[in-house]
Design a protein around this ligand. Structure first.
Ligand SMILES: [Zn+2]
Length: 243
């Protein structure tokens, strides 16, 4: 294989890679746009989940209050049963006092329970509303998403074709040049193969020594820029030997 052919292949590979990169960026843009479109739904879902937690918390609280009022009622009952057996007035008043205290606490818990039930109903209502809103918003989002992905899917065929071409090119390129090319590609530092325009390297924009420029034009071997190490080609080499 001639140096010119290797050079052509490297240039083609670079074109393919650059288009693949463009497609990747377009897909990323679509992904970002989808995330953006999803924002209202994400917010609603967070509100809904908060309300679900609130409902669960209130239910748990209610269960606790039901238990304590029940316990207080039992205590009052037991204490009242003891009353007839009491001998002294002192003991009688003490027990009466104890019963009053328990009944007051029971009353407090019953009030809390009533308030809890109001809050529970309110919270349940809000939760149901949010569940319905989420469902509606999700349907609209999924429809939007499908349309957006349809745009992105237009690239599928082209991308597959480019990947096939890439494989074909790689298999016929001199591995030495491929290693050099990949170094640039992996570090994402711009093109690995650059043209010389007006005696300047288009990778680093330095003016090349005339001898180097002449060697590139002769095309006897692959020449790299003495400043940035990119593979160089002359103005007229890009489309030579096009097959
Ligand atoms: Zn350079």
């Amino acid at each position: 294989m001639t140096v010119q052919e290797d050079l052509q292949k490297l240039i083609r590979l670079q074109e393919v890679d650059s288009r693949l990169q463009e497609i990747r960026e377009k897909r990323e843009e679509v992904e970002q746009a989808i995330l953006h479109v999803r924002e209202p739904l994400t917010r609603l879902e967070a509100e809904r989940d908060e309300q679900i937690e609130e409902v669960a918390k209130l239910r748990e609280e209610a269960q606790g209050l039901e238990r304590t009022t029940q316990e207080f009622a039992e205590k009052v009952q037991k204490s009242k049963e003891k009353l007839p057996q009491i001998k002294t007035q002192e003991e009688y008043f003490a027990l009466q006092k104890e019963i009053e205290v328990i009944e007051r606490r029971k009353g407090e818990d019953e009030e809390k329970l009533l308030r809890n039930m109001e809050l529970f109903e309110e919270s349940q209502r809000k939760k149901d509303e949010l569940v319905a809103q989420c469902k509606e918003e999700e349907e609209s989002f999924l429809k939007n998403r499908e349309e957006m992905l349809a745009d992105s899917n237009l690239f599928d065929a082209e991308e597959a074709e480019l990947n096939t071409r890439r494989e074909e090119i790689i298999q016929t390129i001199d591995p030495r040049y491929l290693v050099h090319y990949n170094k640039f590609a992996q570090h994402k530092v711009g093109p690995a193969v650059v043209q010389i325009i007006d005696g300047n390297c288009q990778g680093c924009h330095m003016t090349l020594p005339p001898q180097l420029f002449n060697d590139v034009r002769k095309g006897a071997s692959i020449i790299t820029c003495s400043f940035c190490n990119r593979i160089l080609y002359a103005e007229n080499q890009a489309c030579r030997n096009e097959s």
